[in-house]
Design a binder for this molecule. Structure first.
Ligand code: UD1
Length: 420
């Protein structure tokens, strides 16, 4: 199993370009199931989660050709409508094939994803709303069995703005009879990107990025097609990780390849803490800002503070002047990084879904273990500023969602080595 050896502390400098967003790429790849004509994508990140969804699509009969970071997916011969437990259990986003399969083929059998390290993560919002669209859904032996003659367009109102449910329903609505309105839809930039991908293929989608999305359905005879390749948006979570790294190292770096508006809640919080940032057209310049002040934040659906940056923010807060408080509102168990950060000298007290962080002057290197994707990023950030060499184990979690992380950090001058 690979591990990372990270030696700190050190200054960073230079420019880093983030990859396309994992959370935009996965629903778009699932969306390829909707179209009989080839789907061409560019700048597809080389991530383990992307490899997993490709394996799943291939198991269904999708032909996938990869040429470097470009990809063509041909879904004209889909013959298997089953998403097997073996693949779904390794990546929950596999459940995103449910909407497209049901829309185009009227049938799907998708393993229930089950819980994961950060929480129970049910899919009830996906299923109840597909039922409202006319799908007959049963749960049998751990699988979702879904069937319909043809989905019906209707007005849906989500009980919570779930990102995955909004994506599944948007894709399900493509071949529904009539219009579908999704109220209380998730507003994340990745939703806007999925809408743009569907629009790129000729589907009528309006309102993505607001709480009310409208999709006009047509029947499956409609030949949607796109001549040009689609490029998923830049990864705002990866960008936040590098911006925080630059601030923790009191350095001047440029993080580009993403749109700053997608990260406004994080940028505003950092600025309140004393960070000096310049918003660029396609990124952010981080200026040396000294020791930042603590802050009080709570995670929330977009445009609120993203739960996917909570762990990295905690690593930064551990080194701030004064105390900070984080309230995690999205996932009930998303503090797996706390015991590991504590081993490096962080002072964090947990109470329910709140974390009190007492700022310390410095951290010390330690052997630590990754528990989930963003928790792992927090450990790398802490290790970059800690005194000595940290040994970060189980980095397969990082490989799920960060492309070339160690190469990118090395490019900024950090001392990071991957050991096989
Ligand atoms: C997506 C992101 C993930 C991010 C999360 C929240 C992808 C591939 N993953 O996950 O990185 O952390 O959004 O921004 O894009 N819930 C229910 N019932 C449902 C669906 C969700 O109770 O049917 C709950 C979940 O348990 C969780 C909350 O709603 O507590 C948010 O989940 P959701 O927005 O659906 O996140 P994902 O789409 O799974």
């Amino acid at each position: 199993m690979d591990k990372l050896l990270v030696t700190g502390p050190g200054r960073l400098n230079g420019t880093v370009t983030v990859s396309s967003a994992k959370n935009a790429t996965l629903p778009i790849l699932a969306g390829a199931l909707l179209f009989e004509t080839p789907v061409k994508l560019v700048d597809v990140p080389k991530l383990n989660d992307v490899a997993t969804i490709i394996k799943l699509l291939e198991s269904m009969g999708v032909k996938v050709e990869r040429d470097g970071k470009s990809m063509t997916l041909d879904s004209s011969n889909v013959h298997n409508l089953v998403a097997d437990y073996a693949l779904v259990k390794t990546m929950r986003a596999s459940v995103l094939v449910l909407g497209p399969l049901l829309a185009r083929f009227g049938k799907a059998k998708v393993s229930l994803p089950g819980g994961c390290a950060i929480g129970a993560r049910p899919v009830d919002i996906h299923l109840t709303n597909l039922e409202k669209m006319g799908a007959k859904i049963q749960i049998e032996q751990g699988y979702i069995l879904a069937e319909c003659e043809r989905l019906q367009g209707c007005e849906l109102s989500l009980s919570f703005p779930s990102v995955g449910a909004t994506e599944n329903l948007m894709m399900a609505a493509v071949y529904a009879d009539g219009e579908t309105i999704i109220e209380n839809a998730a507003r994340e930039p990745e939703i806007v990107d999925l809408a743009n991908f569907l629009i790129h293929f000729g589907v009528t989608v309006e309102g993505a990025g607001t709480s009310r999305i409208r999709i006009v359905g047509t029947n499956t005879q409609k030949k949607y097609a796109a001549t040009k390749a689609y490029r998923p948006i830049g990864d705002r979570i990866e960008a936040a990780t590098f911006i925080i790294a630059g601030l923790m190292a009191n350095s001047n770096i440029v993080v580009n390849g993403f749109e700053p508006w997608t990260l406004e809640a994080v940028l505003e919080t950092l600025e309140k803490m004393g960070a000096k940032l310049t918003r660029l057209e396609d990124g952010v310049e981080v200026h040396p800002s000294g020791r930042l002040k603590g802050a009080v934040i709570e995670t929330a659906p977009f445009p609120g503070f993203p739960t996917d940056v909570q762990a990295q923010m905690m690593a930064l807060m551990c080194l701030c002047e004064g105390n900070s408080i984080i309230t995690e509102q999205i996932f009930e168990n998303r503090y797996m990084h706390v015991p590991e950060l504590t081993r490096m000298g962080c002072k964090v007290t947990l109470k329910g879904n709140a974390a009190l962080i007492e700022g310390v002057e410095s951290l010390s290197a330690a052997p630590v273990m990754c528990t989930d994707l963003r928790a792992s990023a927090a450990l790398v950030l802490a290790a970059l500023t800690a005194h000595g060499q940290s040994d970060i184990q189980r980095i397969y979690h990082l490989d799920r969602g960060y492309e070339d992380l160690e190469a990118k950090f090395k490019g900024l001058g950090a001392k990071v080595e991957r050991v096989k």
